[in-house]
Ligand binder design. Structure first.
Ligand SMILES: Nc1ncnc2c1ncn2[C@@H]1O[C@H](COP(=O)(O)OP(=O)(O)OP(=O)(O)O)[C@@H](O)[C@H]1O
Ligand SMILES: [Mg+2]
Length: 250
């Protein structure tokens, strides 16, 4: 479904990605892990079009997408969430999801709401809120939601764009144990909907419990790839994680 081919990214003198290649297959839950600064978010920014690679290619469903505008890439079916949550704080929970459903740009919010109501999009938004366990917060301002719920709201908004591939940047970060369990449940539901997930994560217990396959980056290079059982035993991976905050065998 997604093929990253020899992707390089330089920021001035810093080589953030040094020729990374990997594939995400349709239907899988694929984790991208690695110590801080490994280049994980940079790779997401290249896949979704925020950044152009210095070299290499990104192929999504047989189309080359690197260098295309983010809106074009979203239209092809890639949605994402952010390491630092970016919900629309001045809007309600429902409005945040409606924003994901509304692909066109409207002259005023009134025009927007009249149109989305007509198109049955409010129903669709409510379905997504239910899926993500947010139905009781429909009219709550996004800004007052605790972090765990904001992360779910970002996922609901991303799902509203009807993606084939969902990119999640540290979805379990800042969540408590119960919220992390809920997130695992939500991942399974999203997978059952036929949506492929590529996620970045430092929470190893969560990652190794849910991922079908794990790709490991370190200093801009892929150092390992495999099923969770192989990755947690891989000496290169253990070494990369030694002395870092996240322990691969946590
Ligand atoms: N826009 C930028 N300009 C300059 N350097 C950048 C930029 N974005 C990222 N970097 C650098 O590139 C390297 C990779 O950063 P990136 O954010 O991709 O790491 P990461 O693997 O997501 O780390 P973390 O786990 O801490 O989120 C880091 O050294 C970072 O400081
Ligand atoms: Mg990051």
């Amino acid at each position: 479904m997604l093929r990253v081919e020899n992707v390089k990214k330089r920021f001035g003198g810093l080589a953030a990605l040094k020729g990374v290649s990997f594939e995400v297959k349709e239907g899988e839950i694929h984790a991208l892990i690695g110590p801080n600064g490994a280049g994980k978010t940079t790779l997401f920014n290249i896949i979704n079009g925020f950044l152009r690679p210095t070299d290499g290619k990104v192929i999504f469903m047989d189309k080359r997408i690197d260098g295309l505008r983010p809106s074009k890439i979203a239209a092809y079916g890639i949605a994402r969430t952010f390491q630092i949550v970016r919900t629309f704080p001045e809007m309600s929970v429902l409005e945040n999801v409606l924003a994901g459903l509304g692909k066109e740009i409207y002259q005023s919010s009134k025009v927007f709401y009249e149109k989305v109501k007509k198109q049955g999009r409010i129903e669709k938004a409510k379905e997504l809120l239910k899926l993500c366990g947010l139905e009781e917060y429909t009219d709550t301002h996004a800004s007052v939601l605790p972090l765990g719920l904001q992360r779910k709201l970002e996922i609901a908004r991303a799902l509203a764009t009807n993606p084939k591939l969902l990119l999640l940047d540290e979805p379990a970060s800042g969540l408590n144990d119960n919220e992390t369990k809920d997130l695992a449940e939500l991942f399974r539901k999203i997978k059952d909907m036929g949506i492929t997930i590529l996620f970045i994560e430092h929470d190893m217990r969560f990652t190794m419990g849910i991922a079908d396959i794990v790709t490991v980056l370190d200093y801009g290079e892929k150092i390992a790839e495999g099923v969770p059982e192989e990755i947690t035993k891989n000496p290169k991976v253990i070494e990369a994680y030694l002395g870092t905050e996240s322990d691969i065998n946590a």
